[in-house]
Design a protein around this ligand. Structure first.
Ligand SMILES: Nc1ncnc2c1ncn2[C@@H]1O[C@H](COP(=O)(O)OP(=O)(O)OP(=O)(O)O)[C@@H](O)[C@H]1O
Ligand SMILES: [Mg+2]
Length: 459
């Protein structure tokens, strides 16, 4: 049964009034005369009443303070981040007013629990995002301590948890930055630096962050890997430089020879010779522009492959026949050998022919006079069809092998240019092979020769 504190107070008040009343009665009847037995019994009653009042007040005090202490302890737990169940508190109170306090306390706990849940789910969401971000993120407190560092930051900067302060990290990165200058940047701007860590080019941004009241809280460091962008940018610059250079060389020749012809005073033979050079250089420019256009069509996915079934061995034989003339010019022996007749392949016929012509012409170009060039055709388990073009030419150094498919990449620029090469042949080959689900592999040994293997699926 619950009673109100008010009732308790009234009870206490009534008991005091009763005590005072009885005491007055006893005094007025001179009960304090010890010879009077009646008076002694009255004195005893008075004492009992006093003791009773004392006990009653002790009980009431305890009934009020005990649940209050419990509530106070629970509140301290809540302040320390613990969620407290309030059910047990109800067992400690007998007062309706305290029940109401516990109800309010319950309501507050419900709100805290809900807010805590929202906060936790928000926090775990943020943590998951931060952990799975490709960019590195480090948060520093105002005392320069690391308060958060994601895995990407550790990987990109090659640091671990031992790097727990701004100074340690900045020292490792070998850059000159002042934390306070970042913290108190005018207009809350950011500081951006570019550094290299191992093979990676990194773009690092430092941004100060603030509380709601705009007081500084710390600095966020964002680390972005820009290696690919830098590489692409370099490639673009190199490409533009290459195209300009490749066009400038024949243009200079055309301009020079045509001016010489225009100036007169030349024999007929000289005019014919110079006109031939002009024609050759114009052809070279035409080839270059055609190659560039083809590559740009690949880049913009404007190529529509006309795929059909055809026999790779027949095509290889045709290409060998076509190329016999240029092979003979350099006294090469060019042979086509069918190891096993492969099943037909499904690909763009004209493009695959362009691939074979390109590779055989490379073998002819980069093999010194009197070389041997062999074109093998076959199949492994009837699952695929392969062509292997093997020469015994100058070969390609190992260090150049993985760059050989890059646009304009030539092992020996001067030599290749002298032979009329633009350095675009193998990049076109690679695009065609990829577009027809094939694979290409190049093995080479310097001064021993080169083997180019091309494979197409047949199923
Ligand atoms: N069979 C080979 N033997 C030796 N080096 C080769 C061979 N094939 C290619 N190379 C090297 O690879 C480079 C790139 O070849 P690619 O066919 O792309 O260009 P290119 O022959 O120079 O010019 P293009 O083919 O555009 O006329 C060549 O410049 C050459 O240095
Ligand atoms: Mg070539």
């Amino acid at each position: 049964m619950k009673i109100s504190i008010k009732t308790c107070m009234i009870l206490g008040f009534v008991s005091i009034v009763v005590i005072v009343f009885i005491t007055t009665l006893l005094l007025s009847s001179q009960v304090l005369d010890t010879k009077n037995l009646f008076a002694i019994s009255n004195l005893l009653v008075l004492l009992i009443f006093i003791v009773f009042s004392l006990i009653l007040s002790l009980i009431i005090t305890r009934l009020i303070t005990f649940p209050l202490k419990k509530i106070d302890k629970s509140m301290k737990n809540v302040a320390n981040g613990k969620i407290v169940d309030t059910k047990h508190l109800r067992n400690f109170t007998k007062f309706s007013e305290l029940e109401e306090t516990i109800d309010s306390y319950d309501l507050m706990m419900e709100m805290i629990k809900k807010n805590n849940f929202d906060l936790n789910s928000q926090q775990s969401k943020t943590e998951i995002i931060l952990e799975h971000m490709a960019d590195g993120v480090i948060a520093f407190s105002i005392t320069k301590q690391v308060v958060h560092m994601n895995k990407s930051a550790q990987r990109l900067l090659q640091i671990d948890n031992a790097y727990d302060t701004f100074d340690k990290i900045i020292k490792k990165l070998n850059c000159d930055l002042d934390f306070d200058k970042i913290m108190y940047l005018p207009n809350y701007k950011s500081v951006e630096i570019k550094i290299a860590v191992d093979e990676n080019a990194l773009n690092i941004i430092f941004i100060p962050f603030f509380s709601n009241r705009l007081s500084p809280m710390g600095v966020i460091m964002i680390v972005r890997n820009i290696t690919e962008t830098v590489k692409l940018d370099d490639m673009r610059k190199e490409f533009v430089a290459n195209v300009s250079h490749e066009l400038k060389t024949p243009l200079t020749s055309i301009k020079g020879y045509s001016e010489t012809i225009m100036n007169g005073d030349l024999t007929y033979q000289e005019i014919v010779r110079f006109s031939k050079v002009i024609n050759q250089e114009a052809n070279r420019m035409g080839r270059l522009v055609a190659d560039l256009l083809q590559l740009s069509r690949f880049d913009y996915k404007k190529v529509s492959w006309k795929k059909m079934m055809f026999s790779l061995d027949e095509m290889a034989q045709n290409v060998c026949e076509k190329m016999q003339f240029s092979a003979r010019e350099k006294n090469h022996k060019l042979e086509c050998i069918i190891n096993v007749k492969p099943p037909n392949i499904y690909a763009d016929r004209d493009s695959i022919e362009q691939v074979l012509v390109n590779i055989v012409s490379n073998s002819i170009k980069y093999t010194p006079e009197g070389g041997a060039i062999k074109v093998y055709v076959g199949s492994i388990n009837n699952d695929n069809a392969y062509v292997k073009i093997i020469d015994n030419g100058i070969g390609i150094p190992q260090k150049d092998l993985n760059r050989i498919f890059e646009r304009f990449y030539r092992v020996d620029k001067a030599r290749s240019r002298k032979m009329g090469g633009t350095g675009l042949g193998l990049s076109i080959v690679k695009e065609i092979i990829d577009g027809n689900n094939g694979t290409i592999n190049i093995k080479s040994e310097i001064n021993q020769g080169t083997e180019v293997s091309i494979t197409f699926p047949t199923k």
